[in-house]
Design a binder for this molecule. Sequence first.
Ligand SMILES: *Cc1c(COP(=O)(O)O)cnc(C)c1O
Length: 379
Amino acid sequence: MDFRIGFNKPYLSGNEIRNIAEAVSLCQLSGDGVFTTRSLLKLQEISNFRNSYLMPSCTAALEAAALLLNVKEGDEVIVPSYTFVSTANAFALRGAKIIFADSGKDHPNIDPTAIASVLTERTKVIVPVHYAGTIADMDEIRSLANQVGAYVVEDAAQALGSFYKTKAAGTLGDIAAFSFHETKNVTCGEGGLLVVNDDRFTRRAAVIRDKGTNRSDFRSGKTDRYTWVDIGSSYTAGELAAAFLCAQLENFETIQNRRIAIWNRYNEQLHAAGIGNRWQLAHIPDHSTNNAHMFWMITESKTDRDRFIRWMQQEGIQVLFHYQPLHSSPFGMQQSPGIVLPNAQRYGDTLVRLPLFYELSDDGVDLICDAIIRYFKSN
Ligand SMILES: *Cc1c(COP(=O)(O)O)cnc(C)c1O
């Protein structure tokens, strides 16, 4: 179906094709070329990452994290139920038992109290997701992890450019994963980033992403040939993707300024119209900054949500719900049969997301707000 205003449209700086043409003419198309270097430098400027690796996806980065931490059968990995499949699947692949924790009452992020209630000596990793780019309660999550000697892996897929107090998303866990999928603030179609904050893991991170070989030692002249030294996979992003990504990262401030302006315009207009009295509107706790990845709202019920989505559809505006909680998915139910997570279920049933993309104009935002306000008057 065609919408007057779709949910997402990827940002384009206009330099993507030029960069790709340059990469083609340089004839170095596999990873670790000039555009990978430029992208990583830009990312370091934005977020001050210590060691980071461009990868084919956030999913790949999460899988690399699970390999790095030697996650194995019998280990328990705590994830929010209200998240994307990859958060859990990357660890399930290694045979871990996935333990689902509930979201908070007033924010879809994982609730530290819910983590505390499922924490055991077998807990190997806690994987907070920074939903909508809003950072989870990292101090509390870290202190829970420390109680049982667990690692913290941030699923920061949506969180590029967000800060927790003064520290950037991705620098808060032992390891972090970002996404450059088409739906994220910055994209190269499919892409991701692994950030390694614990220096004990950096050497092995290079091996794991390079099919279990010590090719990075070979490239830096530490050995005269390279060979198979460990398990690994093919987790390096190619230069064509990096060239595209680089053109976006170099305009990061421009992208963010516009997205934040859109987010604030929604926030002001919807609150001014009193929508916040009946529906909970996206909000940012004091400990996090806002990277304006998403504007979400919590409707009153699944029926209300579906009616609202249809209403907006008739207005030509594409509004979407989000995750179906993993604990009630067919595979998730096998991991943890019979658990009840009311908040995750409620977000699954009632949360909606409004269009938010660079090219969305102020008039577009006003039109969307107007349609929402009219829905309220007639329902
Ligand atoms: C987008 C997303 C992913 C997956 O990212 P890919 O790059 O598509 O693998 C994982 N987790 C969360 C929370 C996401 O939003």
